[in-house]
Write a protein that binds this ligand. Structure first.
Ligand code: ATP
Ligand code: MG
Length: 666
């Protein structure tokens, strides 16, 4: 062929090779963790590019934007060609790009602002108040109503009625009020050109459903479509992909039903199960070799997931040679737990491991707080994937609001936040100012009028005038980094010192933000990336020091698709992992077990399952906890028990653990 031959047979097994080199048509790969699904997709991309498919006509959908970037750079190495033109990223990322181009057809301005989840919640809350439904007077907590509404908005294609009766029966009687909230919310977003994450997807779908020409154009453009982590797509995402693929049906999806862990966002593995109905001639591949983990870890992972009733049976064999059994580490309490992890990390470093070899994966963010403190005390560098979402920290949001009003002067939430930052201006006043500004034909001009300033008490006016002058000057600047510098210098630095503790660290964050922003020529591109980064804070958009030099702390949800030689899983007590909330219903417990399965299958060589026995609650009382049922339901032979000396994480059974790469055999 013109492209010349390319031989991947040394890098892939027979099935992977078949996936990578298939000519086209629908393909479904269902296979367990670590079986090389992502690798097969990566090689398929390489194969397509090598065989002359125009990169701009390939669409790769991944769980994080970072995953797409990593796959594409691997492809560049494999085929020695640039891959920048490939459309790669999350559904939201692709939706954003497409809506900036075609959104006007739906009345969406090309400068729309993306609302992150927290902003969306704020806006919804204000709609609940405005709708005047007497929620708080009744038994219905504000929060519950918000949860019900966002569950409806989250991507299921179900009616409000269905959502409420299935999942929130207590609100069925409130349906009229809730509908009112939804109308308000939709209207506010429309007026202010705001799109929340769910809107990005539903607008993309609507665009294709209502505009045949756009649908045709997109379906023609994307000649090949590849989707990783297909088990966590929801109905809307499934429908989007089906429309895009309708023309050529060159669609490769890979996934693992046992790793489906996003049902709280409306995802489920329905799309996998029904794939064969929608694509009757789809080729189906199974990958049955696990390349990632030593057999001892894989055996435990398999035994655990076998407890789930709802799953597709899989036969996954380890290929690596025997290594260490997963260790169960009983700890007196959660302080001992974090001390154990910290000391053991230091021990591993002594033994020649690097920080980047190690991850701590937990069920919930707050499980990591003690561990963070302990690492800090011992100067162990760590990086939190997820957790404090960088851009959702208060000081980040403050700064971002300045940029948001630059881009979209109709952005009410941003204006209110900025106004409230002024001395002597509270909620009521800031709302009054905003109402005045937004009523005028040209809101931005109105910011600078004497009339606007006169709405404020005399004592607040000078501050307001400085603020208005700052906005005026910032509007003259295109570069988001320069705007951030200006804001910091002219006003925010003082605000930081007087309003937050840890001002100097926060200032570092802001400088980091400015650094990151300097890659962008304009505010719009910058804000779009920032908003999407908040979606998964696993995304390391801020150019921080190299991740090589850190232990990774992450929720299990954000560790999907990744792997580390050594993994610690803390808080394996009933009520923590599985979490209390998941222990009542069978489906929820099964989902929770899939979360555990994802955690366990991230480990390549060593796995530490940590079981704190006592918990000190807020009142200072000691509460006994039971070991997690995810451990007690397994046969004891699958693990070995490590013992710690009384209270101290000094290892008795563990010092002689073999730290040679277990690939070498024992
Ligand atoms: P997950 O379900 O966790 O996303 P996956 O099925 O996508 O896992 P990969 O991440 O692609 O699996 O592969 C797991 C590990 O096995 C990686 O380190 C990968 O490089 C390695 N691997 C996959 N296939 C092969 C192969 N044919 N030969 C050698 N190593 C392989
Ligand atoms: Mg993968």
């Amino acid at each position: 062929t013109a492209a010349g031959d390319i031989d991947f047979s040394a890098d892939l097994n027979r099935e992977q090779l078949a996936v990578a080199t298939a000519p086209g048509g629908p393909m479904l790969v269902i296979a367990g963790a670590g079986s090389g699904k992502t690798r097969a997709l990566t090689y398929r991309l390489a194969w397509l590019v090598h065989h002359g498919i125009d990169p701009s006509r390939i669409l790769l959908v991944t769980f994080t934007n970072r995953a797409a970037r990593e796959m594409l750079s691997r492809v560049e190495v494999l085929v020695k060609q640039k891959t920048r033109e490939i459309w790669g990223g999350t559904f939201h990322h692709i939706a954003n790009r497409i809506l900036r181009i075609h959104g006007t057809l739906l009345g969406i301005s090309p400068d729309f602002t993306i609302l992150d989840r927290e902003d969306a919640r704020d806006l919804l809350a204000s709609c609940v108040d405005e709708a005047g439904i007497d929620i708080r007077q009744r038994r219905f907590p504000h929060k519950g109503v918000l949860a019900a509404i966002s569950s409806f908005l989250q991507n299921t294609l179900e009616s409000l009625d269905d959502v409420l009766s299935k999942r929130y029966p207590m609100f069925v009687e409130e349906i009229v009020g809730i509908e009112k909230v939804l109308v308000l919310y939709t209207e506010k977003k429309r007026l202010r050109q705001l799109l929340d994450f769910d809107d990005l997807l539903s607008a993309w779908l609507r665009l294709m459903a209502e505009h045949e020409d756009v649908r045709d154009q997109l379906a023609r453009q994307f000649l090949h479509i590849l989707v990783d982590e297909y088990q966590d797509t929801n109905k809307i995402q499934g429908a989007i992909i089906d429309l895009l693929a309708a023309r050529h049906r060159n669609l490769t999806v890979v996934g693992d039903d046992s790793q489906s862990i996003y049902s709280f966002r409306g995802a489920n593995f329905e799309n996998i199960i029904t794939f064969k109905d929608r694509y009757p001639n789809a080729r189906e591949y199974k990958l049955e070799t696990n390349y990632r983990s030593v057999p001892e870890i894989l055996t435990l992972a398999n035994a655990s997931i076998a407890q789930n009733v709802r799953r597709l049976p899989k036969n996954l064999q380890a290929i690596r040679s025997s290594g260490l059994k997963p260790a169960i580490v009983p700890c007196h309490d959660h302080y001992t737990q974090s001390r154990f992890i910290a000391e053991y990390v230091l021990h591993l470093l002594d033994e020649g491991r690097t920080l980047a070899d190690i991850a701590v994966l937990y069920r919930s963010h707050w499980h990591s707080l003690e561990i963070q403190l302990e690492f800090q005390r011992r100067n162990i560098p760590f990086h939190i994937r997820g957790g404090l979402r960088f851009f959702e920290q208060a000081h980040m949001k403050d700064i971002l609001c300045y940029l948001r009003v630059m881009q979209n002067p109709a952005d009410e939430l941003a204006w209110l936040r900025l106004l409230k930052m002024l001395p002597r201006v509270g909620s009521a006043l800031s709302r009054r100012v905003w109402r005045h500004i937004s009523d005028s034909a040209d809101p931005v001009k109105e910011v600078f009028t004497v009339e606007t300033a006169s709405l404020l008490p005399v004592s607040a006016r000078p501050f307001y005038e400085d603020f208005a002058a700052l906005i005026r000057d910032a509007r003259e600047i295109d570069s988001p980094a320069e705007i951030i510098d200006l804001v910091l210098k002219r006003s925010y630095e003082d605000y930081l010192v007087s309003h937050y503790d840890g001002a100097s660290l926060r200032k570092e964050d802001i400088n980091g933000l400015a650094n990151f922003a300097s890659q962008y020529k304009n505010v719009e591109a910058f804000l779009a990336d920032v908003a999407l980064a908040g979606e998964f804070s696993g995304e390391n958009v801020v150019a921080g020091p190299d991740e090589q030099e850190f232990v990774i702390l992450s929720t299990v949800h954000q560790a999907k698709g990744l792997e580390w030689p050594i993994v610690f899983i803390p808080w394996l007590s009933d009520g923590r992992f599985p979490s209390d909330m998941a222990m009542n219903r069978k489906e929820e417990l099964e989902e929770e077990r899939r979360v555990f399965h994802v955690a366990v299958t991230r480990a390549r060589d060593e796995l530490y399952l940590i079981v704190p026995e006592i918990y000190r609650n807020r009142g200072g009382n000691l509460v006994m906890m039971k070991p997690s049922r995810f451990l007690t339901e397994l046969s004891r032979e699958l693990t070995e028990q490590m013992e710690l000396e009384e209270g101290l994480p000094h290892l008795i059974g563990g010092d002689d653990r073999n730290l040679l790469p277990s690939d070498g055999g024992m």
